[in-house]
Design a protein around this ligand. Structure first.
Ligand code: B1M
Length: 216
């Protein structure tokens, strides 16, 4: 197979052998970010489709995720970094009940490489843990990620809880993850989160430009 197809295949098949070598070869032809966005994420998309249609079982999805994570870790030192610094602090979490963290961790990398200080508190985080971290680190914003449909409900509950506790105006909130839609966030959630600011980011780059806007 040609290199690019082979790399996507490695994600789909959960095949780590020779992964680093292939990534190093790809790095001679394109940027680390382009490898992630244009090749590896395509592989993950196929995994999602195969799993969703019952053609792939969960343990294999997990293997694919492991290879994806290894690939991102290998590419991270090659990612472009800006000299900007001290643009602000953001707490990032995957919401309660959700273990998906590849997207959140990409957001972490992109923001960290572009001048933000990121406090990434991990997966399955209840609102209390998110708010505690934001207070402790004197954060400027909160980011919540979640890929399950039920996570969109958790996000809504979290915002309602922030409203009820008078915390809505304290931190702008950025939401992302495959089950969300822009309309849900910008229409439904914005309407209920009237004391605060809530934004949708479709990917890590939109997350960065959004943070740049929110912070100015
Ligand atoms: Co899961 N899973 N999974 N899974 N999994 C999905 C999400 C699913 C759509 C697959 C499918 O059915 N086709 C489906 C959800 C269906 C639904 O809710 N309607 C699903 C399911 C059902 C499940 C389980 C329930 C399966 C089971 O146990 N029976 C289970 C859930 C466990 C739980 O959370 N409690 C489960 C488990 C897993 C694994 C552990 C095996 C593994 C995750 C490993 C890990 O993350 N460490 C996994 C994977 C890998 C997937 C798919 C295949 C790929 C997800 C991924 O990493 N994509 C996924 C299919 C899909 O998404 N279509 C699927 C790549 C990643 C870069 O994309 O996270 O969307 P994403 O991030 C994007 C943007 O969304 C955005 O930026 C990124 C790109 O730049 N973004 C943000 C994300 N977060 C952001 C935050 C921001 C801003 C932007 O600001 C804060």
């Amino acid at each position: 197979l040609p290199l690019e197809e082979r790399l996507a295949r490695r994600i789909i098949d959960g095949d780590r052998k020779g992964l680093e070598e292939d990534l190093d070869t790809a790095l001679t032809e394109r940027s680390a970010l382009s490898i992630v966005n244009d090749i590896l994420l395509d592989g993950m998309k196929t995994v999602g489709e195969l799993f969703g249609s019952g053609q792939m079982q969960l343990p294999f999805v997990l293997q694919s995720a492991e290879v994806m994570k290894a690939a991102v870790a290998h590419l991270e030192p090659h990612m472009e970094k800006s000299d900007a610094d001290g643009k602000g602090t953001i707490v990032l979490a995957t919401v309660k009940g959700d273990v998906h963290d590849i997207g959140k961790n990409l957001v972490d990398i992109i923001l960290s490489n572009n001048g933000y200080s990121v406090v990434n508190i991990g997966i399955k985080q209840p609102l209390n843990a998110i708010v505690d971290a934001a207070e402790r680190h004197n954060a400027d914003a909160i980011g919540m990620s979640g890929l399950l449909v039920k996570s969109t409900v958790i996000m809504k509950d979290n915002l309602a809880e922030m409203m009820a506790r008078g915390l809505a105006s304290r931190w702008p909130v950025m939401l992302g993850g495959a089950a969300l839609t822009r309309a849900f966030v910008e229409d439904d959630l914005r309407e209920m989160f009237e004391d605060g600011e809530v934004h949708y980011a479709k990917d890590a780059f939109e997350g960065l430009s959004l943070m740049d806007k929110v912070m100015t």
